[in-house]
Design a protein around this ligand. Structure first.
Ligand SMILES: *[C@@H]1O[C@H](CO)[C@@H](O)[C@H](O)[C@H]1NC(C)=O
Ligand SMILES: *[C@@H]1O[C@H](CO)[C@@H](O)[C@H](O)[C@H]1NC(C)=O
Ligand SMILES: *[C@@H]1O[C@H](CO)[C@@H](O)[C@H](O)[C@H]1NC(C)=O
Length: 296
């Protein structure tokens, strides 16, 4: 593994990619913040463990505005009912009285298998801007097996859009319509986080199915991740990261290509099981304004 990493670093320096691209080792880039006995952080791998006594959470050291994170995750196999694994980026500018934080979420909601396969996770996505979320979309994860091998979950964030991808295929886009009064995350630095916890009060079939501790420990595995972000080192970075010279302002990152869009629409047509923009009952006809705008 160490040799592979040196080789990889040599290759990226040869082709002259910018310094912010880090084939990050977990040990140097992330720290445990909850469940110290249940975080196993190595150079290339992480295990986050949930047992009866605790879950576990780790977070990145560095703040950033824009870029992407590829996280490779192998979810808890077997009966993972009510076990929730999260992977998200979030700003920390929260206070007791006012929550104005930004956040981009992947959450994996475990389940019991009805037919003996592991193809039953729900992939939950959301985005918060200035403390307001309520933008959930959920997918039934049955186009691949998320527990038999590592899969690549990418959070891509630039001034034009936020894109959630699985194995390089976009599954969701949230476009920047700030000029039309719809808030978009642009000014607050975020960090990367991942965690595993017991959410049996709500996560599985609305709370009806509880975590079955017979199957503990529940282990989520992570393999070396990649980040290519604009690092935040102080208020000046807001301007630096919003400067047009950054790679993510290139025309090719303004919008999905026709091929990416086709693949995304194909996945969405088959596996999207919840979309806040079609939840008439919830919004009583008053959908959030982005629901009437194209998202790609
Ligand atoms: C992960 O997906 C991104 C695109 O979303 C791709 O550029 C990258 O090569 C993928 N990495 C791996 C290890 O599959
Ligand atoms: C779990 O599986 C059941 C039965 O297949 C399904 O109704 C439910 O939507 C799944 N997901 C969650 C998060 O409960
Ligand atoms: C937990 O799983 C065990 C082993 O399959 C089973 O015997 C038990 O009934 C399950 N418990 C609950 C509460 O479902």
């Amino acid at each position: 593994m160490a040799t592979a990493r040196v080789l990889f670093l040599a290759i990226i320096s040869l082709i002259g990619l910018q310094q912010a691209l880090v084939n990050a080792t977990f040990a140097s880039r992330m720290k445990c913040t909850w469940g110290y006995d249940n975080c196993q952080i190595g150079d290339d791998t992480v295990k986050l463990i949930l047992n009866k006594w605790s879950g576990a959470a780790i977070e990145g050291f560095g703040d950033f505005i824009y870029g992407y994170i590829d996280m490779r995750i192998k979810l808890v196999p077997g009966n993972s009912a009510a076990v929730v694994t999260t992977y998200y980026t979030s700003s920390e500018w929260k206070s007791k009285d006012s929550d104005n934080h930004d956040e981009i979420d992947f959450e994996f909601l475990g389940n019991v298998s009805s037919d003996g396969t592991d193809f039953y996770y729900t992939l939950h996505t959301n985005i918060f801007v200035n403390g307001v979320g309520n933008r959930e979309e959920q997918f039934r994860m049955s186009w691949y097996n998320p527990t038999s091998d590592y899969h690549n979950y990418t959070i891509f964030w630039n001034p034009y859009m936020v894109v959630w991808s699985v194995d390089g295929n976009a599954i969701r886009v949230f476009r920047n319509y700030e000029d039309q009064g719809i808030p978009f995350p642009k000014y607050k630095p975020q960090k990367v986080y991942t965690s595993i916890w017991n959410a049996d009060d709500w996560a599985c079939q609305g709370g009806a199915v509880k975590t079955n501790w017979t199957y503990m420990p529940f282990v989520a595995n992570y393999l070396n991740y990649v980040e290519n972000v604009c690092p935040y080192s102080g208020p000046n970075s807001v301007q630096v990261c919003n400067d047009l010279s950054n790679w993510y302002f290139n025309a090719q990152y303004k919008q999905l290509t026709a091929d990416q869009l086709k693949t995304m629409n194909d996945i969405r047509s088959k596996y999207l099981v919840y979309n806040y923009c079609t939840d008439t009952k919830r919004f009583n006809g008053n959908f959030p304004p982005e629901c009437s705008k194209p998202q790609y």
